[in-house]
Design a protein around this ligand. Structure first.
Ligand code: GLN
Length: 424
């Protein structure tokens, strides 16, 4: 099944130990550091980069007995929604090879959907786990900010991103979350919300009796009719099993895409400054002129989308524009977080289609970056508010997978896992 191009590097790392994941194969997104195993971030800049250490999540996987089977393809540095911005070529969707698998963790989702790995890890800055999970018909969880260590994750936009699991079922995704979650002294943003002896896997009971689900009108309006129909059928299934459904409204959500892209690009422009041909990246011929050498390696090493974001992010942070863009985006972020807080004080979880569209055909969205940014409308608000969310298969439309997203309160992973487990 090489033609899917789900992996940038296929290499097996055997676990040193026995544990909860003994016998399971896990594919790891290529922006998560693996000791002695090439980690490219989907970029020509890091085509030869071999990290000297494992990310905390990789240590935990191997410590739990999992076998790593390779590093998965992704949009360059996580910047994209289709896995087409990779320097290693696009990944195809196992449900329809003419379509994209979603992104940026498209390789991880495709590997699990095609059975090339039992489980996978991805990262989600603005939807990069949930989008490909939805498009490939598997389960993906974006944990609450601070639940999973980011040590060893190559940063795109630190204040927004988390590593999280992919699996065929909610219960298996929860088992993988049990292994990777928890405090890490090497990431000061990590927290330990679980009480002794609790497990996320145990929450996957399928019992939604008495659960209240709010559906934000802003996240349904404007979606593809076929997506809405599949979403509503899945909601009625949850209702038939004892959940109650009500419509809610969060006015702030209409500003989420704009706020997200200003913040994500600003952080990216700063994070990617380290790729300068000295610390990272191929060395170039130069006559000692630092500016020229720096420009040459970045010209050759970065793709078009990454360059666009560095330019826009640098602009948004520059003197004179900082207040106009970056600070406004931070205000919108705070408003969105408040809106979610008040909605989630009325209902247990919020539900929406994960993606407002069916998986695009290969090549379709590359010509129009703005249109590509807009299809992130339902996923980016969750990262801006630091909340947990899961994408679970809701059914199919025209033979293509449709995902249902459930959003919970901070560290409310148990609740979204319980609700989602009624569907898959
Ligand atoms: N599509 C969004 C972006 O391009 C989200 C990507 C991600 O979560 N890494 O920024």
């Amino acid at each position: 099944m090489n033609e899917l191009n789900a992996f940038v590097t296929r290499e097996t790392v055997d676990p040193g130990e026995e544990g909860a994941l003994s016998g399971a194969t896990v594919a790891v997104k290529d922006n998560i550091s693996t000791r002695n195993l090439r980690t490219t971030c989907g970029s020509a800049m890091l085509a030869e980069y071999v990290p000297p250490y494992d990310a905390t999540v990789v240590e935990r996987l191997l410590g739990a007995g999992a076998t790593v089977v390779g590093k998965t393809n992704m949009d360059e540095f996580g910047m994209g929604t289709t896995t087409e911005t990779s320097a290693f070529g696009p990944t195809r969707n196992p449900a329809d090879p003419d379509r994209v698998p979603g992104g940026s963790s498209g390789g991880s989702a495709a590997a699990v959907a095609a059975g090339e790995a039992d489980l996978a890890l991805g990262s989600d800055t603005g939807g990069s786990i949930r989008c490909p999970a939805a498009f490939c018909g598997v389960v993906g969880i974006k944990p609450t900010y601070g639940l999973v260590s980011r040590y060893g994750l190559v940063a795109y936009a630190n204040s927004l991103e988390q590593i999280g699991p992919f699996a065929p079922t909610v219960a298996e995704a929860a088992e993988l979350l049990d292994v990777i979650a928890g405090v890490d002294e090497r990431d000061a943003t990590t927290r330990a919300p679980r009480r002794e002896g609790e497990s996320y896997a145990a929450a996957a009971s399928g019992d939604v009796e008495g659960l209240s689900i709010g559906v934000p009108a802003e996240l349904v309006e404007g979606a593809d009719e076929r997506v809405i129909e599949t979403f509503e059928t899945a909601l009625s299934e949850l209702e038939a099993e004892g959940a109650s459904i009500e419509e809610v409204s969060l006015d702030s959500l209409s500003y989420a895409v704009e706020a997200y892209y200003v913040i994500a690009m600003s952080e990216a422009s700063s994070n990617l400054a380290r790729f300068d041909g000295v610390r990272y990246g191929p060395a170039t011929e130069s006559d000692g002129n630092w500016n020229e050498a720096f420009a040459a390696v970045r010209e050759a090493g970065f793709g078009e989308e990454v360059k666009r974001r560095i330019l826009l992010g640098t602009y948004a942070l520059s003197a004179g524009y900082h207040e106009k863009y970056y600070e406004k985006a931070q205000d919108a972020r705070a408003w969105i977080a408040e809106d979610f807080d008040s909605a989630l004080s009325e209902v247990d979880v919020l539900a929406s289609p994960t993606m407002p569209v069916l998986p695009p055909r290969l090549g379709e969205s590359l010509e129009d970056p703005l249109r590509m940014y807009l299809i992130d409308a339902n996923t980016v608000p969750v990262n801006l508010a630091n909340l947990p969310a899961i994408s679970v298969p809701a059914g199919e439309a025209e033979g293509l997978p449709v995902g249902l997203q459930l959003i919970g309160p901070a560290f409310g992973e148990e609740t979204i896992i319980r609700a989602a487990s009624a569907l898959a």
